[in-house]
Design a protein around this ligand. Structure first.
Ligand code: 5RP
Length: 226
């Protein structure tokens, strides 16, 4: 996705942000474009209060002088604007390519509305071509890995699992590891979600089901709001 398309999707989302909003701010290269545009608007006097979904977004927003707070101070938000790795026609998402899925989901759950910004290549008929990030506690993660394999096999999902970062595991803002599961095709996202969340070592997964309210897709032919 070109930076231009990311900016176009971000600009369309910014139009939905109203003065005074309590706003969740997403993570990733598309969300970064949103933060930059938001920062410019704030610099011209627009008032919002943001809650970032990652340390990375916190640093970017701070550099743009966007007023920030936490969910401890502000546990209910009006809206969150975030990117996605895949979106299907039911507005089910795969997120977590940037490793921020846990905070992103906590923030999305605290927000009344979720606006997703992406390029139109991320719209898919069936989720799963993008590897599903599964955030796991480092304690006993190999046992969790086995449990994930078993649970997924029960749904006919047998694609390879990879520890993000390999020998030097990627560590999330919450201090966890990520297993990326390449299933290819997830026909029942809801059943998979239930199975994964039933495994004690699984902290969260990147299936966002029932969160997205508006999807803004930028493409060669312009910006579409679904
Ligand atoms: C980070 C995410 C991102 O929103 C997702 O990976 C999309 O990123 P990008 O806009 O860079 O394609 O879920 O955890």
């Amino acid at each position: 996705m070109s930076v231009e398309l990311k900016k176009e999707a971000a600009a369309a989302a910014l139009e939905l942000v109203e003065e005074g909003m309590r706003l969740g701010i997403g993570t990733g290269s598309t969300a970064d474009e949103f933060s930059k545009l938001l920062g410019a608007k704030v610099a011209s006097g627009f008032k919002i209060t943001g809650v970032p979904t990652s340390e990375r977004t916190h640093a970017l927003c701070t550099s743009m002088s966007i007023p920030l707070t936490t969910l401890e101070e502000m546990p209910e938000l009006d809206m969150v604007v975030d990117g996605a790795d895949e979106v299907d026609h039911q507005f089910q998402l795969i997120k977590g390519g940037g490793g921020a899925l846990l905070r992103e989901k906590i923030v999305a759950n605290a927000a009344e509305k979720m606006i997703v910004i992406a390029d139109d290549s991320k719209l898919v008929d069936t989720l799963g071509a993008f590897p599903l990030p599964i955030e796991v506690n480092p304690f006993g993660f190999k046992a969790t890995w086995k449990a994930v394999e078993k649970a997924c096999a029960g749904l006919g999902l047998e694609g390879p699992l990879n520890l993000r970062g390999g020998d030097e595991p990627f560590v999330t803002d919450g201090g966890h590891y990520i297993i990326d599961a390449s299933f290819g095709h997830i026909s029942d996202a809801s059943a998979l979600s239930d199975r994964l969340l039933n495994i004690p070592g699984v902290v969260e997964h990147g299936l966002f089901l029932g969160y997205a309210d508006v999807v803004i897709l930028a493409g060669e032919k312009g910006v579409r709001q679904l």
